[in-house]
Design a protein around this ligand. Structure first.
Ligand code: C2E
Ligand code: MG
Ligand code: MG
Length: 659
């Protein structure tokens, strides 16, 4: 039977690579049916007792007692296995397999020995027939039963059959000799059937195992973030739910839920590309993990949002943990040989102080994060009750902004900027107004930062540019229009293209368009911003540095970029009458601007006294309620028309108030 030999070789190699779980399942098959063990033991013991009794042989009596004892022990072991359960038994799997093997082989040997003894020691044909039938039936029964562990089955068959064959050949009966040969052939046949059964059982179990592994892989994927390998939102929410349940049940623990968001991450993606963005996220994850160092859990909720959970003693520890994380992220990140400095804002809530419901906790942390961002970013803030109302308002503004353009809720007003030398309007600043259906008029100082954060500032600015250019196209040639450009947009390389499109569509010339860049938003001196500003100037546009003096890098900007105008912030002008220091500052700024050949605008001039002071300080232009409040496009056109009609006369600045 060459096929049996081949299959045995195959079996030997398969046994070596047998997966743990498959092997465990195969061992389990040995013990699954204790009832069949009972049947085998009862049959074997009855036959053995009968033979011992009828033969009167002491040796066979001893053999019969051994068969009884081994049979009973095997039944007991099968029930113990069942009682402790397959999972518990798994830790001792090798021992259980060995135990079964010893029991099975011992039992088979005893049956084989009994048959050999009956055949060689007695002449009682009936007993010989009984013993042969018992051993043969046993071999035929155990082979398929234990095919899951074929080595055991082979051993059982061989140990039961071979002594019987030997016994048959040692008799004087030629018929028994033939039977001996047939029994050996029968054993080989049983081997073959055992192997076939094993193959079927093995492949079924391996297939099942593969399915289990694939399912486990998918489940892991569904719970983790592909980029960073961290838990994702789903996994974190499940864990958060479990931890909060424990706290709710009075475990006495406190849990900080910290929501973290990278500052200006979108700008990194937009300017340096998504690969750089990915690198930043991966490094961020590594750094937070290093700070946490088994103290808590970290998950990525998508985009640049991360959530951290950590057991803390109270609000103070949550705050200091947040600060440690923030500091670790403030360190520069090297991407493509460039050092990126990215900040993080963190908001946290602590359970049970702020609640025990996972949704509510996440929301509180998110609200606190919003305040950290609102305060300028690179901050850690804990949740406080007043934040909630503020948050609702913010949400309302953010949602409203999404539709404000489509619903035509914006209006563009214009405020003249007067040239002090000629007394004529030199330019009009376009100022955006939002008439919210429920909140009433919302100040741009409130909604522009929200639009910046929500990524809506680009669309809004396009709208402002278009309306401003359409209006200015109807003004005299020598009056410019000034449009506020959020510094955030200076990282968008599409800005020049958008401006060219607007100029072409509205028939405006570039030299009449001035861009006011708000200085309070921190500009970085990146080559991208620099080249964009150069590009805009090459197109003929004028650049104005707005709100000069409010940010801390004003002078740095003047050094880095050639602005055409600087606008001194209105906070200096409002104090000019009673603060000699502010007067001196304005004078110094004007001197500096003159030496750089840059024009100066005094913003927020409301009184004649303020006007006199800025005039004395040497400011070249003035903007403020003293001349005119922001007005509609029609009013601006009318004002400019009147000014033109008046242009022959040589006079000082005129106050033409249309309000
Ligand atoms: P800004 O560019 O510094 O605009 C000047 C602000 O001062 C305007 O406030 C204007 O109405 C106000 N103002 C002018 N003269 C006087 C005065 O004599 N006294 C006082 N107290 N205030 C005066 P507004 O219109 O509320 O705009 C606030 C800020 O919102 C602007 O400051 C600008 O930074 C931003 N903004 C307005 N429109 C836009 C826009 O279309 N795009 C962008 N990115 N920002 C805008
Ligand atoms: Mg401005
Ligand atoms: Mg300003």
């Amino acid at each position: 039977m060459p096929s049996v030999g081949n299959k045995l070789r195959h079996l030997a190699s398969a046994e070596g690579t047998l997966a743990q779980q498959v092997r465990a399942a195969l061992v389990n098959t040995l013990y699954t049916s204790p009832a069949s063990l009972v049947v085998g033991a009862v049959a074997g013991s009855t036959v053995a007792a009968t033979i011992a009794y009828m033969s009167g042989s002491i040796v066979l009596l001893v053999c019969s007692i051994a068969i009884h004892i081994v049979g009973l022990l095997r039944i007991a072991s099968a029930y113990i296995y069942k009682w402790i359960g397959a999972e518990e038994a798994e830790t001792m799997r090798v021992h259980w397999e060995r135990l079964y093997e010893i029991g099975a082989w011992l039992y088979a040997s005893l049956l084989g020995l009994q048959t050999f003894l009956v055949l060689t020691q007695t002449d009682l044909m009936a007993l010989q027939l009984l013993a042969v039938t018992m051993a043969t039936g046993y071999a035929a029964g155990v082979a398929p039963r234990n095919a899951g562990r074929p080595v055991i089955a082979f051993g059982q068959v061989a140990l039961a059959v071979m002594p019987m064959a030997a016994g048959l050949w040692l008799t004087n009966e030629p018929v028994f000799w033939i039977l001996g040969v047939i029994i050996v052939i029968f054993a080989l046949g049983v081997f073959d059937i055992t192997l076939q059964t094993y193959e079927v059982v093995y492949s079924a179990l391996s297939g099942q195992q593969e399915k289990v592994e694939v399912a486990e892989r998918f489940e892991k994927m569904a719970r983790s973030d592909m980029l960073t390998g961290l838990d994702n939102r789903l996994a974190m929410q499940m864990r958060l739910g479990e931890l909060l349940d424990r706290i709710e049940q009075g475990s006495g623990e406190k849990l900080a839920v910290i929501w973290m968001d990278l500052d200006h991450f979108k700008a990194i993606n937009d300017t340096l590309g998504h690969l750089a963005g990915d690198k930043v996220l991966i490094v961020t994850a590594q750094r937070v993990k290093a700070v946490l160092n088994d103290r808590g859990w970290l998950a990525r909720f998508g985009g640049d949002e991360f959530v951290i959970m950590a057991k803390v003693s109270g609000l103070g520890e949550a705050q200091s943990l947040g600060e440690q994380i923030m500091e670790s992220i403030a360190q520069p990140i090297s991407v493509n040989d460039q050092n990126i400095e990215i900040g993080a804002s963190l908001g946290f809530a602590v359970a049970p102080d702020h609640g025990c419901q996972s949704e509510a906790m996440l929301k509180c942390a998110d609200i606190a994060l919003y305040h950290a961002k609102k305060d300028g970013g690179k901050r850690v803030r804990g949740f406080e009750l007043f934040m909630h109302e503020d948050f609702l308002m913010h949400r309302q503004i953010e949602q409203g902004l999404q539709e404000a353009l489509a619903k035509n809720e914006f209006e563009l007003l214009f405020q003249p900027i007067v040239d002090l030398a000629s007394g004529k309007t030199r330019s009009c600043e376009a100022l955006l107004r939002w008439h919210h259906p429920e909140l009433g008029d919302v100040s741009p100082a409130v909604f522009i930062p929200v639009a910046e954060n929500a990524g809506l500032i680009g669309k809004i600015t396009e709208w402002v540019l278009e309306k401003a250019c359409i209006a200015a196209a109807q003004w005299p040639e020598n009056v410019n229009v000034s449009v506020n450009i959020s510094a955030y947009l200076l990282k968008n390389p599409n800005l020049p293209v958008k401006i060219i499109e607007t100029l072409v569509n509205t028939g405006m010339v570039a030299r009449r368009l001035e861009l006011e860049i708000t200085e309070s938003v921190l500009l970085d001196e990146s080559p991208q911003v620099n080249s964009l500003l150069r590009q805009l100037q090459k197109m003929g546009l004028r650049l104005c540095l707005d709100d000069f003096g409010t940010g801390f890098s004003s002078l740095t900007y003047l050094r880095s970029w050639e602005f055409d105008t600087i606008k001194i912030d209105k906070s200096f002008i409002s104090n000019i009458a009673n603060s000699p220091t502010d007067q001196k500052i304005i004078r110094a700024v004007v001197q500096l601007a003159k030496s750089l050949e840059v024009a100066t605008v005094a913003e927020g001039v409301e009184t004649a006294e303020q006007l006199e002071r800025v005039q004395n300080a040497g400011c070249s232009r003035v903007q403020g309620y003293y001349y005119a409040k922001p007005m509609t496009a029609d009013q601006a056109r009318e004002r400019l028309r009147l000014e033109q009609a008046d242009s022959g006369a040589e006079r000082g600045p005129q106050v033409i108030n249309l309000h």
